[in-house]
Design a protein around this ligand. Structure first.
Ligand SMILES: NC(=O)c1ccc[n+]([C@@H]2O[C@H](COP(=O)([O-])OP(=O)(O)OC[C@H]3O[C@@H](n4cnc5c(N)ncnc54)[C@H](O)[C@@H]3O)[C@@H](O)[C@H]2O)c1
Length: 333
């Protein structure tokens, strides 16, 4: 099949290389609002280049991958739906809740499949956790701890169009908490701070956050994250149940060192970015998208799933700004 990709920045160039490596994909065509970026990626990877999104959509592609900046997602999904082309879009669906809701209505009112890129759903550890929770072998789940610690911050230019820390970063935790538990979030209390470079604060953003989510079955979930974790890119989840407790992301590569004398675990090289931490998950995710394009698989992460994760992020942002518990009922559906 022939896949078009828009946005050849950090994740777009990485996805283009992954797509090229997939057996189901014969050709990848790339474009970017900054044409020279797409031309360079096309040249480096041996891909086709299109001068614009219009040209790309008209070039006979079977599937469309959106990896452009967040602020461009909604309009690009609209264009893809109008063209009737199955689409994969990086998270989030849109920059704000109103736009996200509008896109959910548009997609659900069409027959065009749109798959949103929460790659943790394809990570072996999270999938195993989901199965162990669903089978009941952990008993009832009383607590979950989830964290996303980036080794280093993104550049200043990324922040104003990112949507802010909860919508950009911990939104992955919010999605995977729903996926692993099969439950919805009832309320949140969140806080955050700008401890690193001042540009986060200049855009009204934070670089460290903590949130307590209460799920609809009274499971308590502590979520934390930072843009400054030089020990490595550290993404984990602990699921603590009445009959057993498990950890996702706890292996030789975990970016932690034991303070206990004589304990050498974990002893391996830490992950440095989301790309090496989730490389196999991205391959599985884009393979799943090719199956969506081929019509052999239902969309594995829908725009409505993304809306739910976004509502949790919005609730956290409201909670930290107003320093109070926010019920999910307060955040538009
Ligand atoms: N799932 C994940 O793990 C993950 C990781 C990183 C980023 N992301 C998401 O991927 C998206 C891109 O992030 P990034 O870090 O690669 O950003 P980036 O700034 O490195 O790249 C964005 C690219 O999009 C291009 N672009 C912007 N507006 C455009 C438009 N209207 N049309 C065409 N191209 C346009 C820019 O020129 C740039 O090349 C964001 O939405 C982000 O949330 C997801």
């Amino acid at each position: 099949m022939r896949i078009g990709l828009v946005g050849t920045g950090r994740i777009g160039a990485f996805h283009a290389a992954t797509l090229k490596s997939l057996a189901a994909v014969e050709q990848v065509v790339v474009t970017d609002v900054e044409a020279s970026r797409a031309e360079l990626v096309a040249k480096d990877l041996g891909l086709e280049f299109a001068a614009s999104v219009d040209d790309l959509l008209a070039s006979g592609i079977d599937g469309f991958v959106i990896a452009a900046a967040t602020s461009a997602h909604a309009a690009l999904i609209e264009q893809a739906v109008a063209a009737g082309i199955p689409t994969f879009c990086e998270k989030p669906v849109a920059i704000d809740l109103g736009e996200t809701q509008r896109i959910v209505e548009l997609v659900e009112g069409s027959d065009v499949p749109v798959h949103i890129g929460f790659q943790r759903r394809f990570d072996a550890g999270y999938r195993s956790a989901q199965e162990q929770v669903a089978s009941g072998e952990l008993g009832f789940i009383h607590h979950i701890r989830a964290n996303t610690n980036d080794a280093f911050p993104p550049p200043r230019e990324y922040i104003p169009t990112s949507g802010g820390f909860f919508r950009d970063c911990t939104v992955h935790d919010f999605d995977i908490i729903r996926f692993v538990t099969g439950r919805e979030v009832a309320s949140v209390f969140a806080t955050g701070a700008n401890r690193g470079e001042s540009f986060f604060g200049e855009y009204g953003d934070i670089d460290a956050a903590a949130a307590l989510l209460t799920l609809d079955d009274s499971t308590f979930v502590a979520v934390s994250g930072t843009r400054y974790n030089a020990a490595g890119h550290d993404v984990r989840m602990e699921v603590l149940g009445s009959l057993g407790s498990i950890a996702v992301g706890l292996d030789e590569h975990t970016a932690l060192r034991s303070a206990e004398p004589g304990v050498t675990f974990p002893g391996g090289q830490s992950h440095s970015t989301f790309m090496d931490r989730f490389q196999p998950a991205y391959v599985a995710e884009l393979t799943a998208f090719t199956e969506v394009v081929a019509g052999t698989r239902a969309v594995p992460c829908t725009v409505r799933d993304a809306l739910q994760a976004f509502r949790i992020a919005d609730a956290c942002e409201l909670s930290r700004r107003e320093n109070r518990v926010v019920s999910l009922e307060e955040i538009g559906r």
